[in-house]
Each structure stands twice: as structure tokens, then as C-alpha cells.
Design a protein around this ligand. Structure first.
Ligand code: PEP
Ligand code: MN
Length: 335
């Protein structure tokens, strides 16, 4: 349920209303937008007398929210959310670009790639330390040592780091990680989502291989229900019957999610296509359709990458993609 407040409502009045609603056992979210202040109510709103609420002096209108996702709902928070990440952000005017290798393989590899992606304009460094591999015999990542390497690269380049978590027990290792990634395979690992809801870390939540947008938003809701509202959504392609590409990039997810939610949405054209030469056209399309950023795999030696070499860009190609992306962003900018 949401209550839209009249213009000119004071902070003291909002606090009184909020306390009254909390006394009735509800969670209260206040969103002070550019046009209206919206009070979002989560919990058992059946016991709220909507007519009584609407009759209050400061309340303009009251609406029940039919969607099962509440905190993530655009109706709760009409303005775009901007997720702050250690000196940069995702959402709003910043086009975030998270770039780096699929997996952290060595200190030299990460340092070389980190310097190159920074020079090309990436805003964050990505790299997997814990890798969710289809085969248990494939490289599983450098784990804690991989995180140490990413932290060294962060120290040298100043780029915030993004890396995937697979087990909530590993959370202490992520203390200095700037954005914690939940991979496609863990999008519905609800116990992990609940643990992440107890932190205040920015979470990059990737869409599952065969999940609907509603399910993605419900997973975001799990994290938000715990009090962590710092969520970045990522479309990374879904399973279809197509086999020429690794997945099928659902670009319509971007404008659809922007309608449904205030959370920023980025595109991962690397995992979506699985083919390095398709990354540029899909990155440009993502920029054109309003994505808030990109996640791109970059490797200094793709042919010898321990994971996902076929979809990894060289630093030079990445720089070219960045340049072209900036041109598209400029061309579609709303004045
Ligand atoms: C990744 O980003 O390295 C990754 C494993 O992605 P996804 O979860 O989208 O497959
Ligand atoms: Mn990968």
C-alpha cells in the first residue's frame, strides 16, 4: 500500500504518520521524490483502514499495490534509485561499466587488465574469485587469494571491485569488496539473499538462467526486506532454444524493469552472447535502450583464459567498445 502525501507536508507530520503506522506493525518506507513524498507500507496492510488513512489532512491519496514486490516497486519510490559505490555510483546520470576477467587467475593478469580497463574508462573492476562452474573438474577460482588480488588492484587503480559470492559463510572475506555479485545460478538462493539483506553492501543481482522479471524482482525484494536497498539488477541473457549464442539477451528487460522498479539495471553482453564479437553490438544496444551500465569480460590473453575466453574482449577491443558506447549515450541523451 502507498500513501501519497500532499505538497508542503512537514518532516514532523511525516514522522508522526510514520510512527502511527509502525505502531500497527508495518514497515514504513519514506520516499521524498522530486514531485511527491510517497509513504510505502510493507507487511500485513489488510488491517489498515485505507479510508481512514486517506482522510488524514496530509494524505493526498492511498493505493493498494497489487504486485508482490513492494520495496522494489517503482510506485513505492517514483524516482530512480542511485546506488553509491565507494566514490562512484550506479543509476542516475552515471553510466557504470564493470570490466575485468571472468576469473582472477594471477596478480599479474589482474593488474594488467585493471590498468587497461581503467584507462579505457571502466568505473569498476570485476573478477571472479569464487567461480560457479558447471563441471566440478573445471577451475573453481582462487577463492580468498583471488579476493586479495582484487584488493591489491583496487588499491593501485582506485577502481571499486565487484566479485561473486556463492556461500554466505564467505561473507567475512567480502568486507572490503565494494559490490557483491549474486550470480545467475544463485538468484533464488533465498538463504543467501536473506544474509545479504542483513548487510548494507551494494549487491549486483543477476537474472537467473530461466527466471522471469517478476522472479528477479522478488529476489531483490528478499534482500530489501532485510533492510538492504542497495541493489543493482543485471540482465545477462536467458535460456532459449537458440544455440548460436550462449544465452538470449532480453534487452526488453531494460525498459520493462525501469517501469516496474526504481532499481538500476545493467546489461552483461558477455554472458548473454558467449561470443566476443557480439559484445560490442549488444553493448551499444544496451546503451541505446536505457541501461544504467554494462558488465563486460576483458582478458589480456583470451585464448589462454581459464574461463570464458571465447566471450572475453582484449583490452584494445574493450577500449573501442567504450568509445562507441559513449557516442551512443551522447546520441540518445535526453535534453
Ligand atoms: C560471472 O559474471 O562471472 C558469471 C558467472 O555470470 P552469470 O552468473 O551471469 O553466469
Ligand atoms: Mn564468465
Amino acid at each position: 500500500m502507498i500513501a501519497v502525501l500532499k505538497n508542503g507536508t512537514t518532516d514532523a507530520q511525516i514522522e508522526n504518520l510514520s510512527n502511527w503506522l509502525k505502531e500497527q506493525g508495518l514497515d514504513v518506507h519514506i520516499s521524498r521524490g522530486t514531485v511527491h513524498t510517497v509513504v510505502g507500507l510493507v507487511g500485513d496492510t489488510a488491517k489498515i483502514d485505507a479510508e481512514l488513512l486517506e482522510s488524514l489532512e496530509i494524505v493526498d491519496s492511498v493505493k493498494r499495490i497489487s504486485e508482490p514486490f513492494k520495496s522494489a516497486n517503482r510506485k513505492f519510490h517514483p524516482d530512480d534509485s542511485i546506488i553509491k559505490v565507494n566514490g562512484t555510483s550506479v543509476g542516475g546520470d552515471i553510466f557504470a561499466v564493470m570490466a575485468g576477467p571472468c576469473s582472477v587467475e594471477s596478480e599479474e593478469q589482474v593488474m594488467e587488465i585493471a590498468r587497461a580497463v581503467k584507462a579505457a574508462g571502466a568505473t569498476m573492476l570485476r573478477g571472479g574469485a569464487f567461480k560457479p562452474r558447471t563441471s566440478p573438474y573445471d577451475f573453481q577460482g582462487l577463492k580468498a587469494d583471488g579476493i586479495e588480488i582484487l584488493l591489491k588492484a583496487k588499491k593501485e587503480t582506485g577502481l571499486p571491485i565487484v566479485t561473486e559470492i556463492m556461500n554466505a559463510n564467505h561473507l567475512p572475506l567480502f568486507e572490503e569488496v565494494d559490490v557483491i555479485q549474486v550470480g545467475a545460478r544463485n538468484m533464488q538462493n533465498f538463504e543467501l539473499l536473506k544474509e545479504l539483506g542483513r548487510t548494507r553492501k551494494p549487491i549486483l543481482l543477476k537474472r537467473g538462467l530461466a527466471n522471469t522479471l517478476k522472479e528477479l524482482l522478488m529476489s531483490a525484494e528478499y534482500i530489501m526486506a532485510g533492510g538492504n536497498e542497495n541493489i543493482i539488477l543485471c540482465e545477462r541473457g536467458i535460456r532459449t532454444f537458440e544455440t548460436y549464442t550462449r544465452n538470449t539477451l532480453d534487452l526488453s528487460a531494460v525498459p520493462m524493469l525501469h517501469e516496474l522498479t526504481h532499481l538500476p539495471v545493467i546489461i552483461d553482453p558477455s554472458h548473454a552472447t558467449g561470443v566476443a564479437r557480439l559484445v560490442k553490438p549488444m553493448a551499444l544496444a544496451a546503451a541505446a535502450c536505457g541501461a544504467d551500465g554494462l558488465m563486460i569480460e576483458v582478458h589480456n590473453d583470451p585464448a589462454h583464459a581459464l574461463c570464458d575466453g571465447a566471450q572475453s574482449l582484449t583490452p584494445d577491443t574493450f577500449a573501442d567498445v567504450m568509445k562507441a558506447t559513449r557516442q551512443v549515450l551522447e546520441a540518445v541523451k535526453e535534453n
